[in-house]
Ligand binder design. Structure first.
Ligand code: SAH
Length: 354
């Protein structure tokens, strides 16, 4: 029985990027080759983001054939690239099993930001978000997250002649519900053996799952945390974000205090102001009170309408009211204009429409 099991594992082609460097070394040694070969292949797989074994030109043909017989590289495919009039690029990314996610390159004066997905679809059901309409199908693997960043890094260089500077986990899905893979992908993205990007240029955005924020704080993160707050009164927040029923603001606040105590890193709140939802001075006061709990800043983000028009962005005067109150009380607040709206690439618009 055991012999059969071993044989099956031996013959199945594994995704080579599931192997750690040590495991790859062991594989080569077992095949009578040098451990050093693993290092070369590993470099192709991660640093050079090779899509096929044939790209590995410093590896002998014989070794490449041996690798092909044993492994596959499940590299993502960027099938469709749409460009916005503002320069934003939206990628439709096909995964090895045919599922599709989206990732976005956002160029700005001083930065180029990659906005990447962490899950296929999303399970959170935020009422204002287009991705919420897609059923959550599965988590992305470490290499699928990594590949999105590598692809955008290349696009930044090719189309803009500039390096990728920032990464935000603000695409499809909830990073905290694919925690292990997101953390491992960040590890690879920041590693000199990977893309060698700076951790402090990475922001993970969450709907606000208290126990995961605490867990993350314990894992000594060096990246930034953003929380999609949108309302600082439980009743309002629950009415637009079902997650608030099981993760009320008190628990979120406690988790964020824990986060700050451990990391000494400011929290960014993402907040959209909608007509008739959270557009009164009481709502703004509640946000101020919440924002004062831990050192934080607030991004008032522009609403990107999704199809049925149930939600409408509040008037500018209301945004000014928020801005004045927060700034007067020492909370750094920015109004964030959307990018890539014409191609449905803006926050909350990712829904695999193209
Ligand atoms: N699940 C994570 C990551 C998604 S980030 C999170 O919730 O943070 C996407 C951001 O866009 C979130 O802040 C989300 O609340 C916001 N968003 C969703 N729909 C939007 C819309 N239609 N217009 C503007 N922002 C939206």
């Amino acid at each position: 029985m055991q012999a059969i099991t071993i044989k099956m594992i031996d013959t199945a082609k594994r995704d080579i990027r599931k192997l750690k460097l040590e495991e790859l070394k062991a594989f080569f040694v077992e095949k009578g080759d040098k451990a050093f070969r693993a290092q070369q292949v590993y470099e192709w797989l991660w640093q050079k983001s090779a899509k096929s074994f044939d790209q590995m030109t410093n590896i002998s043909l014989e070794t490449r054939d041996m690798l092909k017989a044993n492994f596959v590289i499940n590299h993502i495919k960027v099938d469709n690239m749409q460009r916005s009039t503002d320069g934003t690029i939206k990628n439709a990314v096909t995964l090895h099993d045919g599922l599709v996610v989206e990732s976005v390159l956002i160029p700005a004066e001083k930065r180029i930001t990659a906005c990447v997905s962490s899950q296929v679809g999303c399970s959170l059901a935020c009422k204002f978000c287009a991705t919420a309409r897609l059923k959550r199908q599965r988590n992305l693997s470490v290499d699928e997250i990594y590949d999105q960043v590598a692809a955008i890094k290349e696009q930044a260089e090719v189309f803009f002649g500039r390096p990728l500077t920032n990464i935000v986990f603000m695409g499809m899905g909830e990073p905290m519900l694919n925690y292990a893979n997101v953390m491992a992908a960040i590890e690879k993205i920041t590693s000199p053996k990977g893309l060698n990007m700076a951790s402090r240029r990475i922001t993970v955005s969450t709907v606000g799952i208290a126990k995961m924020i605490k867990k993350m704080a314990d894992d000594n993160p060096k990246f930034n945390l953003a929380v999609s707050l949108h309302a600082a009164l439980n009743e309002t927040r629950s009415s637009i974000m079902p997650i608030n029923d099981t993760n009320p603001l008190e628990e979120l606040a406690e988790a964020l205090q824990y986060w700050y105590q451990k990391t000494k890193s400011k929290v960014t709140y993402e907040y959209v102001v909608w007509k008739g939802v959270n557009d009164t001075p009481t709502d703004a006061q509640a946000l101020l009170k919440f924002a004062k709990l831990v050192p934080s800043k607030v991004n008032l983000i522009e609403y990107n309408p999704i199809d049925d028009g149930e939600f409408q962005q509040a008037d500018e005067a209301v945004l000014d009211m928020y801005m004045d109150l927060l700034e007067k009380n020492g909370i750094t607040t920015r109004i964030r204009k959307s990018r890539g709206k014409d191609i449905d690439a803006a926050c909350g618009q990712l829904a695999n429409k193209s």
